[in-house]
Design a protein around this ligand. Structure first.
Ligand code: ATP
Ligand code: MG
Length: 440
């Protein structure tokens, strides 16, 4: 079985190889990015998670057996190469490896379904069909390195602010906010649904006395339309805090986004460069606030018709977004178009303590102060034609000591769009699920 690793182990990633280690023996493992056989000399570019490194095999210096092995390689095959590092001005990183041992770990079939070296540009559908190959590209994997840093930073931020991580069920008996956008599933002899939001559970955790919680998890929504910002399975970063109101949790959100912007610039400079994206152009918090009342005027002043009380149309979001530099809060929404659990203003009940965080025309987050009074909550459900009987376990938590609380949910994939500058949410998800795609 000559395809096994045996005792070969990688000693260096491509990023560890620089002119300073000239003369050292190294063992690389990775994929064949390119092969150029000029007869008297063979160049093989090896790619690993971190980048590219050149293997140079002049026929005068290298054993015939090694030359034969290199000639047997095909693009995207997996290989282990032992050799000596040697300074070389023209090679990536300024170093090349003169091979002393080559082990082919797996040959790739040819032709490839797509070209990971991007010599031939592929459409998003072709790319997603062969996503494992697409993900080998530096400008694609950079997105996921930035997203991983984002989630790590978010967890650290929550921990620094004494906010506890929770996990709530994704198999649920009823809807969060009504019957739309739900994926029904068969749960033994019952009908159940995939969770569209951890909303009800994180609120119940306020009743459980956990004070400040967060969850990073999947949400499932049966979105009808194919858009560049909706998927049917997305990641939500949810936060809920007791003894706090909308303004308090907006501050927590503001701080989280700013911390993520800073950490991305600090830790992902290489990835931002690969993406050719200037994240420093996005202003950090505190972010400006626009009241819904004013938003209606701004939208109308741009020639887009909008009545007070309506949700923003896509055109309205764009017109408003164009007046903003980056992130901004849209606050004081009409009560009637927000979910049953928001708290209306006492002096003006037609508007609520509800906010969205926008990035230009992209909604990143929705949040609010939550109604914690049982009777009012039930009345608000009924006003929206929701049957309180369907919310038994949730409502129960409001009968026996529910504290005032507030919270928000951030679309993690949408935030990743902002951090990477991509226009299509599919780019920020490894294996996206949309109306037309359930595989891979
Ligand atoms: P939109 O109006 O953009 O459809 P929403 O108001 O229905 O979003 P919320 O219920 O407020 O979404 O969910 C909170 C956040 O989760 C949103 O601000 C968004 O960032 C993200 N989100 C919601 N639905 C999706 C989806 N289908 N795909 C990706 N992210 C989503
Ligand atoms: Mg929303």
């Amino acid at each position: 079985m000559d395809y096994l690793l045996g005792d070969l182990r990688r000693t260096h990633y491509s990023s560890d190889i620089s002119p300073e280690i000239s003369g050292e023996e190294v063992l690389l493992m990775g994929w064949v990015h390119e092969i150029r056989d000029l007869g008297g000399i063979i160049f093989v570019i090896i790619r690993d998670r971190d980048g590219l490194i050149q293997v140079t095999a002049p026929s005068k210096k290298v054993d015939a057996e090694i030359l034969a092995d290199l000639r047997a390689l095909r693009k995207e095959s997996v290989v282990a190469i032992k050799g000596t590092a040697q300074e070389a001005g023209k090679a990536p990183n300024g170093v090349e490896i003169i091979p002393s041992k080559v082990k082919i770990l797996n040959l790739a079939n040819q032709p490839l379904p797509m070209d990971p070296t991007e010599k031939v540009k592929a459409e998003i559908d072709t790319r997603l069909n062969s996503r494992f190959l697409d993900l080998r590209k530096a400008n694609v994997s950079a997105i996921f390195k930035i997203k991983a840093n984002m989630l790590k930073t978010v967890r650290q931020y929550f921990d620094d602010n004494d906010i506890i991580e929770i996990n709530t069920p994704k198999l649920v008996a009823s809807a969060t906010e009504g019957g739309t956008e739900l994926f029904p599933i068969t749960y033994f002899e019952k009908e159940a649904f995939l969770g569209q939001s951890p909303q009800l559970y994180k609120q119940m955790m306020m009743g459980a006395g956990f004070d400040k919680v967060f969850e990073i998890g999947q949400i499932f929504r049966a979105e009808e339309h194919d858009t560049l910002r909706h998927l049917n399975e997305a990641i939500s970063i949810d936060m809920e805090a007791s003894f706090k109101d909308d303004k308090d949790v907006m501050n927590i959100l503001d701080g989280m986004i700013t911390t993520v912007l800073q950490s991305t610039k600090e830790n992902c400079a290489k990835e931002l460069e690969i993406l050719d994206y200037d994240l420093a152009a996005i202003p950090e918090g505190p972010f400006p606030e626009v009241k819904y009342d004013d938003a209606v005027d701004i939208v109308n002043s741009k020639g887009i018709d909008m009545e007070w009380g309506e949700d923003l149309s896509r055109e309205a979001e764009k017109a408003l977004g164009d007046t903003q530099e980056g992130f901004y809060f849209l606050t004081d929404w009409p009560t009637a178009i927000k979910p049953f659990y928001v708290v209306p203003y006492e002096d003006r009940p037609e508007i609520s303590h509800a906010f969205d965080l926008m990035y230009k025309n992209l909604e990143i987050s929705s949040g609010s102060t939550r109604m914690h009074d049982y009777d009012t909550l039930v009345a608000q459900m009924e006003q929206r034609n929701l049957n309180p009987d369907g919310f038994g376990a949730y409502l129960q938590a409001f009968k026996y000591g529910m504290p005032p609380h507030a919270g928000w949910g951030v679309g993690a994939d949408r935030l990743a769009m902002v951090l990477t500058g991509v226009e299509n949410i599919r780019e920020t998800v490894l294996f996206p699920r949309d109306r037309h795609r359930l595989t891979p």
